[in-house]
Design a protein around this ligand. Structure first.
Ligand SMILES: Nc1nc2c(ncn2[C@@H]2O[C@H](COP(=O)(O)OP(=O)(O)OP(=O)(O)O)[C@@H](O)[C@H]2O)c(=O)[nH]1
Ligand SMILES: [Mg+2]
Length: 224
């Protein structure tokens, strides 16, 4: 785990992030939090943590946060894990082992694989949306993943930085696996159970962000 950096995007997560960082405290890996410099409430909520790296994002958005965080990662492996605590870190050890044993570029956690997958955070709209977007990915882009929008992903830092990703919004969730498949990177999946967020508010708008994601998939299919 020493060669792993957890890349944690955080926006207005003062309720969740300190609790989540406590949960991560026993893990022997780097923890890099990406947030906006103006998000003082979140920054103050974690200022007593010593073993963390804070990156202030220059570009706005969830995608911008991940691109900057991973480009500044110094370890050979990274893992995207959200600040709200919904992605359970108990899978990290096993994810690292699978990546090493199978020499994967990327390992995507999936809420829709059994045994073990599931979600306490999904509602009717998000589960239908996830199903439809995952199917579009499977049919139109031949993606061999079962949960395109979760974006709890571990992988090789070099492989990620070679993808030339450009989305600074939530559409990065689909640009990432599509470009990874187009570059013939070796991809695996693992079942994972999603928890409810610890506190605070959701940043994703199912309809607005869903539309952005759909437009991105449309453009990537017709214009590559
Ligand atoms: N740095 C940064 N982080 C962001 C931004 N937008 C969202 N995030 C973080 O990205 C993660 C995913 O956002 P969430 O609000 O949890 O989205 P969600 O999982 O669909 O929503 P919930 O169901 O409420 O958990 C969280 O850790 C957010 O704090 C952003 O613009 N910048
Ligand atoms: Mg969340």
């Amino acid at each position: 785990m020493q060669d792993l950096t957890l890349v944690i995007p955080a926006k207005h997560e003062s309720e969740s992030l300190p609790i989540f960082l406590n949960e991560l405290s026993s893990l022997n890996c780097k923890k890099l939090i990406v947030l906006e410099e103006t998000d003082l409430k979140t920054i103050n909520s974690i200022k007593h943590f010593k073993d963390i790296i804070i990156v202030y994002q220059k570009k706005m958005g969830y995608g911008g946060a991940l691109l900057e965080g991973i480009s500044q990662t110094k370890t050979n492996f990274f893992c995207i894990i959200n600040a709200d605590g919904s992605m359970n870190p108990k899978y990290l050890n096993e994810m690292m082992q699978i990546i090493n044993n199978k020499n994967l570029d990327f390992l995507f956690a999936s809420r829709y694989e059994k045994p073990g997958g599931g979600s306490d955070d999904d509602n009717f709209v998000t589960s239908i949306g996830n199903f439809i977007f995952t199917k579009i990915g499977n049919i139109f882009f031949s993606l061999k993943i079962t949960d395109i929008l979760f974006t709890y992903v571990m992988g090789k830092t070099k492989s990620f930085n070679n993808l030339d990703l450009t989305c600074i919004d939530f559409a990065l969730c689909v640009e990432f696996p599509i470009k990874a498949a187009r570059k013939n990177y070796i991809i695996g999946t693992i079942p994972s159970f999603e928890r409810v967020r610890i506190g605070g508010k959701k940043k994703v708008n199912a309809f607005k962000d869903g539309l952005l994601i759909l437009i991105k998939m449309f453009k990537m299919f017709f214009f590559r």
